[in-house]
Design a protein around this ligand. Structure first.
Ligand SMILES: C[S@@+](CC[C@H](N)C(=O)[O-])C[C@H]1O[C@@H](n2cnc3c(N)ncnc32)[C@H](O)[C@@H]1O
Ligand code: SF4
Length: 403
C-alpha cells in the first residue's frame, strides 16, 4: 500500500465547544478571530518554498466552523498557491454535524474538496451529551445524507470506551453507521488527555472493555467488507486515506497554521500553538515555527519503524532497522507482540507487523523504538492525522522567516 506522495495539512483551530475529552489544539468562542487567522494562514503559505502536494487535509479543531465565505476564500487561496484542488489525489476536510450544512457542502464541492471526515463518536444521544458534543445522531444523519447526495467520499469517526458506553451500545453505534455505508471509518479508543476536563475529574478508562469493543468492532467491520489497514482505520477497497498513509510511511508534508507540524527535507518543525501568538508572529514577518530538528541515525530509524508498525500490513525492515533494533524486534516477537517474516535462505527478518495481541498493546511496542522524551507525543492514541515529531525524506527547505 503506497501513499499518494507529499501532503499539505492546514489546521483550523476553532470549535463550537470544547469536548470534555479533547486535548487537540482548538479554541471555542474565538471564531471572531477567524478572519485574522485566515489572513495569517495565507501569508504563511505564501512564504513557504515551492511545494507540490499530492493530498490536502484541512483538519482541526473544526474546519466546518468557518463560514461559507471564509471556507471559500481559504480554499481559493490554497489552490492559487498550491495548484488546483481538483487535481490533487485527495482533498479532505474535517467537519462536525452541528456546523455542516448544504451551502457549506456546495462551497466545498465547488472548490474541489471531495472527501469529508465527519466526527460522530457515538449514535447514543445521552453519551454525546455526556462527552460535551453539540450535535445529536439525527443531526449527523441529516448532514451525512446531504454530503452523500453531493457525492462526497465519506469517513466517520467513532469512539470506544466512553464513560457509560457498554459493549452492546458501542456495537449498536457501529452497526447503525455501517447501515449508512461510509467508505472509511476511524475507530478511536478514548484516551484521557492531560489538561482536559476528563483528566481533571480523574476519569479512568476501562482498558479491558475498550479492547473488547475494539476486538468485536474489528470482526464486525471485516464481515461488512472493510479492510483494517491501520490500528484505528478501516476502509472499503480503494478508500484508504492517502493523506494519512503518507504520515505512516514517514513521508514529507507541509503543515500550515497554529500548532501545525510539518516535515520537509528531513527537518521537522512545529508551529506556535497559541492562536494570537501564531498570528502575531506571522504579522511581524517571522516564521511561525517554534521548534525544528533534523533527526538521523537511530532516532530516525526508530520513528520509521514505529510509524510503519501502525499499518496492519507492517513494514519492510531495512538494514538500519535490523542493525539498531535487532534485540528489541526479537524480544517483541518473543512476547507475542509482533510477527517477523524471515528470509527462507538467510533467516534474516524481512518484515515486521503487529500481532493480533500487539494491536491492543501497540504503545508497549512503540515504546521500544522511541527515546523517552518523545513518548508523550508519539504515544497519543489513534487520532494521529497530525502526528507529532515525525521524520521524512523528500528535499525541501526548513522553516524560514517570512517577510
Ligand atoms: C481532533 S478531532 C477533530 C475533528 C472534529 N472536530 C471532531 O470532533 O470530529 C478528530 C477525532 O479525534 C478523536 N479524538 C479526539 N480526542 C480523543 C481522545 N482523547 N481519545 C480518543 N479519540 C479522540 C475523535 O474521534 C475526533 O473525531
Ligand atoms: S473533538 Fe473535535 S469538536 Fe471536540 S474539541 Fe476536539 S477538535 Fe473540537
Amino acid at each position: 500500500m503506497r501513499s499518494a506522495g507529499p501532503g499539505l495539512y492546514v489546521h483550523i483551530p476553532f470549535c463550537s465547544k470544547k469536548c470534555l475529552y479533547c486535548g487537540s489544539v482548538s479554541f471555542s468562542g474565538r471564531q471572531a478571530e477567524a478572519g485574522r487567522y485566515l489572513r495569517a494562514l495565507e501569508r504563511e503559505a505564501s512564504c513557504r518554498p515551492a511545494f507540490k502536494p499530492a493530498t490536502l487535509y484541512v483538519g482541526g479543531g473544526t474546519p466546518s466552523e468557518l463560514s461559507c465565505e471564509q471556507m471559500g476564500s481559504l480554499l481559493a487561496s490554497l489552490s492559487e498557491r498550491f495548484g488546483s484542488l481538483e487535481a490533487l489525489r485527495e482533498a479532505t476536510l474535517e467537519g462536525n454535524p452541528e456546523s455542516l450544512d448544504a451551502p457549506k457542502l456546495d462551497v466545498l464541492r465547488r472548490a474541489g474538496v471531495r472527501r469529508l471526515s465527519i466526527g460522530l463518536q457515538t449514535t447514543e444521544d445521552r453519551l454525546l451529551k455526556a462527552i460535551g458534543r453539540r450535535h445529536s445522531f439525527a443531526d449527523f444523519e441529516r448532514v451525512y445524507q446531504e454530503a452523500r447526495g453531493r457525492s462526497f467520499s465519506l469517513s466517520v469517526d467513532l469512539m470506544l470506551g466512553l464513560p457509560g458506553q457498554s459493549l452492546s451500545g458501542a456495537l449498536a453505534s457501529l452497526k447503525a453507521v455501517l447501515r449508512l455505508d461510509p467508505g472509511h471509518l476511524s475507530l478511536y479508543c478514548l484516551h484521557v488527555e492531560e489538561g482536559t476536563p476528563f483528566a481533571a475529574e480523574g476519569l479512568a478508562v476501562d482498558e479491558d472493555l475498550s479492547r473488547e469493543m475494539l476486538e468485536a468492532s474489528i470482526e464486525l467491520l471485516a464481515k461488512a467488507g472493510y479492510r483494517h489497514y491501520e490500528i484505528s482505520n478501516f476502509a472499503k477497497p480503494g478508500r484508504e486515506s492517502l493523506h494519512n498513509l503518507n504520515y505512516w510511511e514517514n513521508g514529507p508534508y507541509l503543515g500550515l497554521g497554529c500548532a501545525a507540524a510539518g516535515c520537509l527535507g528531513g527537518v521537522r518543525y512545529r508551529n506556535e500553538g497559541e492562536l494570537h501568538a501564531y498570528c502575531a508572529k506571522i504579522e511581524r514577518g517571522e516564521s511561525a515555527a517554534v521548534s525544528s530538528e533534523a533527526l538521523a541515525g537511530k532516532e530516525k530509524t526508530g520513528e520509521d519503524l514505529m510509524l510503519g508498525l501502525r499499518l496492519i500490513e507492517g513494514i519492510r525492515l531495512t538494514r538500519p532497522m535490523r542493525r539498531y533494533f535487532a534485540s528489541e524486534l526479537e524480544s517483541l516477537r518473543r512476547r507475542g507482540l509482533i510477527e517477523l517474516e524471515r528470509s527462507p535462505k538467510t533467516g534474516l527478518p524481512l518484515r515486521a507487523r503487529l500481532s493480533r495481541r500487539g494491536l491492543f498493546f501497540a504503545n508497549e511496542v512503540f515504546r521500544e523504538f522511541v527515546p523517552p522524551y518523545m513518548e508523550s507525543s508519539h504515544m497519543r492514541p489513534k487520532h494521529q492525522a497530525l502526528p507529532k515529531g515525525t521524520q521524512c525524506g523528500a528535499a525541501a527547505a526548513a522553516p524560514e522567516a517570512c517577510t
